[in-house]
Ligand binder design. Structure first.
Ligand SMILES: Nc1ncnc2c1ncn2[C@@H]1O[C@H](COP(=O)(O)OP(=O)(O)OP(=O)(O)O)[C@@H](O)[C@H]1O
Length: 210
């Protein structure tokens, strides 16, 4: 089953096109690693696919309510405990029980800790565990391994592999080797736009929230 299909897509940041003429699709069971030098538009593309900003041109087709996005911020509620954070997100998304997510990201000994007391890597593990309780099939991940040690990277890779085996898909911007040889590669270099060309932003679009 195709989970996302992108045709002739152009995306912009700060009123400038960064990517254009991009085509790709992802089906259940597939992962794509998004590559490109700093500033090439990986974050901008993921934000656009996640619906956080409009595309400049082209078409994005995906089933409704299929996407879970994890950006640079962990998106945690600092006063809530680890368990409460996951339960909160499970209730928002109507997702599955939190137990497997706690185990997958090695959080079982931290369940009662308020999120604001966690280390950077622990916060990142909790942010990634959140993906599992969304129950969403398509994960869009922006540098998911930042702050993770090598053991935690391996846990994340195992979680991702299980997600794919269950019919999910993922598009992952990362500069490191995730140890997922089955993942495909989407290199944005050939799709980089001429940064001197200023685009009209879609009417009413205000990037102040970015
Ligand atoms: N808030 C912003 N306002 C204006 N321009 C921005 C903003 N954020 C990023 N840009 C510019 O948009 C372009 C694409 O940035 P983007 O963050 O998508 O790249 P990236 O490939 O994710 O980079 P990195 O690997 O460094 O994370 C860059 O030229 C960048 O300077």
């Amino acid at each position: 089953m195709t989970l996302i299909s992108v045709r002739d897509l152009a995306v912009a940041r700060g009123g400038l096109r960064v990517i254009e003429s991009l085509d790709f699709s992802l089906s259940g069971g597939q992962a794509l690693v998004l590559r490109g030098p700093n500033g090439s538009g990986k974050t901008t593309l993921l934000r656009t696919l996640a619906g956080l900003q409009p595309a400049v041109a082209g078409q994005i087709d995906c089933p409704p309510d299929s996407i879970a996005y994890a950006g640079h911020a962990d998106g945690l509620k600092p006063a809530l405990t680890v368990s409460e954070n996951l339960s909160f997100w499970a209730s928002v998304f109507g997702g599955p029980a939190i137990g497997p997510a706690l185990v997958a990201m090695n959080l079982t000994e931290l369940t009662a800790r308020p999120a604001h007391t966690l280390s950077a890597g622990q916060k990142r593990r909790l942010g990634l565990a959140r993906l599992m309780v969304t129950g969403r099939p398509l994960w869009l991940l922006d540098e998911p391994t930042v702050s993770l040690d090598s053991n935690s990277v391996a846990l994340f890779a195992a979680m991702l592999r299980a997600h794919l085996a269950a019919g999910g898909a993922a598009l992952v911007a990362t500069h490191i080797d995730l140890g997922l040889p089955e993942a495909g590669l989407l290199d944005l270099t050939p799709y980089r736009a001429n940064l001197t060309r200023r685009d009209d932003r879609p009417a009413g679009f205000n990037e102040a929230f970015a």
